[in-house]
Ligand binder design. Structure first.
Ligand SMILES: Nc1ncnc2c1ncn2[C@@H]1O[C@H](COP(=O)(O)OP(=O)(O)OP(=O)(O)O)[C@@H](O)[C@H]1O
Ligand SMILES: [Mg+2]
Length: 297
């Protein structure tokens, strides 16, 4: 395997809480790696490190051999790492189209100059005088944004100019995914992309991710719905208390005694009503403990 993304000994502590504690893994181009684990295992914190939103206390990240860990989130994005957020983040007052165009901004021609004061001045000046290449770039971005939105069938295209806050929950999550794709990522990080979706929406999201896989996009997926994990993953990384407790192909991980113990332990630690009101797992089906209920908000 020729790794595209390599995380080595990544750690992040918050006032003594070891949210991520020595996580290492490699992902090959085109591979889908799922990251699973109980609530609080450190999955989102790991994504924050992998997307440059947060800096590790220790460890390194390389993308195609290039060190990333010390760079800011804008450089991660420009270098091809895009993400979506666990709780969904769209700009509610901006239109669907503008939300997606923001994603494209990560690779704007001027963005490549960097984020030095000079570069920022150059960007401001270009905005004021709109040289030809800026206008042409904007037209190309708009056409591309529309073609990305078309991937969602008629879910978003008819709502191109509607503010994102007026969309349904599932559509807002689709907009966020479209925005991530507009950055033309080499690596896409999806943090619970189907959380809060009903069965139909989840199935649609699964099919959409499969289409991204067909395009050989590298995907890191945090997901509580184990059926999705089993269907989509080439490999699975299981985290508990900030550490990797198992890694491998889905079926091996699923039957790993240590993983089952982690699930059972988590089920014991979590009061039934604390999370979501879902029925807690008994020993017969420990994995059900992590399932997010089917909700249509
Ligand atoms: N900014 C922060 N400040 C302090 N503690 C934090 C911060 N972010 C995360 N943590 C802590 O780090 C641990 C890991 O949290 P994280 O959100 O990464 O878990 P997770 O695996 O994504 O959980 P979930 O499945 O519930 O989304 C938790 O104990 C959390 O409280
Ligand atoms: Mg999380």
């Amino acid at each position: 395997m020729n790794p595209q993304l390599v995380a080595h000994d990544l750690a992040r502590a918050f006032n003594g809480v070891h949210a991520v504690d020595g996580v290492s893994f490699e992902v090959a181009q085109g591979e889908t790696l799922s990251i699973i684990g109980p609530n609080g295992a450190g999955k989102t914190t790991l994504f924050n490190l992998l997307s440059g939103l947060d800096q590790p206390t220790r460890g390194s990240i390389t993308l195609d051999g290039q060190p990333l860990a010390a760079l800011g989130a804008d450089r991660f994005a420009a270098l091809g790492v895009a993400r979506t957020f666990q709780h969904g983040r769209v700009f509610g007052n901006l239109s669907v189209l503008d939300n997606v165009l923001i994603g494209a901004h990560a690779r704007r021609r001027l963005a490549h100059i960097g984020s030095t004061p000079l570069a920022i001045l150059a960007e401001l000046a270009a905005g004021l005088v709109r040289p030809g290449f800026v206008a042409a770039e904007e037209r190309a971005f708009r056409a591309e944004a529309e073609s990305i939105l078309a991937l969602f069938g008629d879910r978003l295209l008819p709502r191109l100019h509607e503010p994102a806050h007026s969309l349904s929950y599932a559509n807002r999550r689709r907009v966020e995914l479209a925005r991530a794709l507009a950055a033309r990522p080499r690596v896409l990080l999806l943090d619970e992309p189907t959380a809060g979706m009903n069965l139909t929406e989840t199935a649609e999201a699964l099919a959409f991710i499969q289409r991204l896989q067909d395009r050989r996009l590298t995907i890191l997926l945090i997901e509580h719905k184990l059926s999705l994990v089993m269907t989509l993953s080439d490999r699975v990384l299981v985290m508990d208390d900030g550490r990797v407790i198992a890694a491998g192909v889905p079926e091996t991980v699923r039957t790993n005694p240590q993983v089952i113990e982690a699930y059972l332990g988590h089920a014991r630690r979590t009061p039934p009503e604390a999370e979501d009101g879902a029925t807690r797992a008994g020993p017969a089906d420990p994995f059900a403990a992590w399932n997010v209920p089917v909700v249509n908000p």
